[in-house]
Design a protein. Structure first.
Length: 185
């Protein structure tokens, strides 16, 4: 990845990732003073979604910019990565369709316990994790591995930040749901 703008993009991505990681850790450590999930579309809500949008877009650009720059040149990576990425994309899509736009973006509209939410409480996070890991393997790039695995870490921490809010929001319905359905798989 040679161009100077690509280096700036990488540093911007890493700062955005660290910001989201710090926010997730804050919410886990101080659930009474959490900043996520947002209860209304305000400045923080749009800032957080802006950071995620920037990370997702720049992660995609890193795949293009640094494609196949790593050491794993065997075609075996395609046989491993493509099914993992496709499974992840399918799970994310199914979860988004099941929840709808408002719930997917973090706005409360009732507890959902159907579709992929019968298999895992966090199908979108699990799907994104699989998608990012699959693409990181497929791209064969150290930069993509770092940025995608950081994104996957943010997505794996998010449920720990959300769960106290979900319990406060939905009470016994959520507690019973949490007892029936695993966090991830």
């Amino acid at each position: 990845m040679e161009p100077a703008w690509a280096q700036v993009l990488l540093y911007g991505n890493l700062v955005a990732q660290m910001t989201l990681l710090a926010g997730a850790v804050w919410c886990i450590a101080f659930p009474a003073r959490r900043i996520y999930p947002m209860q209304q579309p305000d400045g923080w809500y749009y800032s957080m979604w802006g950071l995620f949008g920037f990370i997702f877009l720049s992660n995609f650009l890193f795949v293009l910019l640094d494609w196949n720059a790593g050491l794993w040149t065997s075609s075996l990576r395609f046989w491993l990565a493509v099914p993992v990425a496709l499974l992840g994309a399918a799970l994310v899509t199914w979860g988004m369709i099941t929840l709808g736009a408002k719930r997917t973006s973090g706005l409360a509209e009732g507890l959902v316990a159907r579709g992929p939410y019968l298999l895992t409480r966090n199908p979108q996070y699990v799907g994104d994790f699989l998608l990012f890991v699959g693409v990181a393997i497929l791209a064969n790039s150290g930069i993509v591995a770092v940025t995608h695995l950081l994104t996957a870490l943010v997505l794996l921490l998010a449920p720990f930040a959300e769960e106290p809010w979900l319990e406060a929001e939905y009470g016994e319905d959520y507690v019973a749901y949490r007892q029936r359905v695993p966090r991830y798989l």
